[in-house]
Design a protein around this ligand. Sequence first.
Ligand code: CA
Length: 453
Amino acid sequence: MQRREFLKTAAWIVGGSSILGNLSMGQTGSAAPASGKKPNILFILADDLGIDGVSCYGADGLKTPNLDRLAQGGTRFTNAYTAPLCGPSRALMLTGRYAFRTGATNQDATGLMKPSVETMIPTILKPAGYVSCMIGKWGQLPLGAAEFGFDEQLQFKGSGVYWNNEQKRQTYVENGTVKNLRDKEYLPDVMHNYLVDFLTRHRDHPFYAYYSMSHVHGQIAPTPDSAPDSQDLYADNISYMDKLVGKVVSTLEQLKLRENTLIIFVGDNGTATGQAARCTVHGKALSGSKGSMLEGGSLVPLIANWPGKTPAGKVSHDLIDATDFLPTFAGLAGAKLPVKNVLDGHSFLPQLHGQKGEPRKWIFMQLANQWYAREAGWKLNHAGELFDMTNAPFEEPLVPAKTTNPKAIAARKRLQAALDQLNPAGGIRDTGDGTGRHANREENRAIRKDKKK
Ligand SMILES: [Ca+2]
């Protein structure tokens, strides 16, 4: 491909190791089976689900037997990170680029991304022969999924859409047609049925399905399985999410697609603050929750399952960054990476094949005008504060600025070098209100004006 052309622009270093490793992985086509049919990708994205909501991660009082089964048959990653809020997180996952490059630094700023500038995963996979669908929430991303390359879409605005209620009649858009959710119809089931239909229609064709579940974002409503007097609707929702995952796995088995499909299950950010108080892992609460720059904001469950390819029952402590999905999937599909933009993702395809690969040395996370680089034992933020992550995700104490601990001093030096190399302050700056949730008024006006063009 444009290897020479790519080399010109690929002088940067990703996660402490060269992105050229990713490129060669993709070019060798090692992911393609001998039969020649390219592997399918089912990307399941749960909303507001931290590791403290998944029983194979040690969550107390919540049961996810289907996810646990996927982990038993695949690889469970314990150090996967994404941005602590929906919009910025999804921007990382779909573009493979950090927020200071795309502008997606806060929920409203994700609207700054344009298809003419940002290339999302379906656009990369399409020339490699893939058909794609986006099912679920698109509300915090600009335009529609079609404009960013998805062939089919069933999308809704907002978050956590489940039922019609007295306050709101729900709608969703199916391939450009606005549809009304019927009374007693449960949107997660509508989404599931659409996914089953998509998988069935494309069973003989390589596909990338981006399945963005409503669960378990609030408002937490009864599920179709909730007892009328249920005392724990959150647990009901975790169970229903898990059940839907089990059902789609069964569908793949029925379609005889299981052996040739990589399933990725991941959360889009940590557990919502309102639920985090009841969510513990082996009796301990995580440090922070959704929206925070602490561990509980960004540490998410990540399970990869691909029978015969991904080692069964493996637990990987490798660092995974939300930008890593794009190069991983490109490598899997034998697709060319875009050359016009700097990519931040680092392929973990070798790990999916049970190889050591070149694990990241650090991940980078940003929300609004806060950011940090984190390696296995330490974290350094935008303000120069160093944190000892030995007891993460439960504790992350600040290291005194005048520490004489040589390990801390060396870690600061390594992480500062990573931040200096990225130079987030030199990229697109956040102009929101500082929370990561909102633009400031002027920015809101500019976005509205821009959208009218
Ligand atoms: Ca979310």
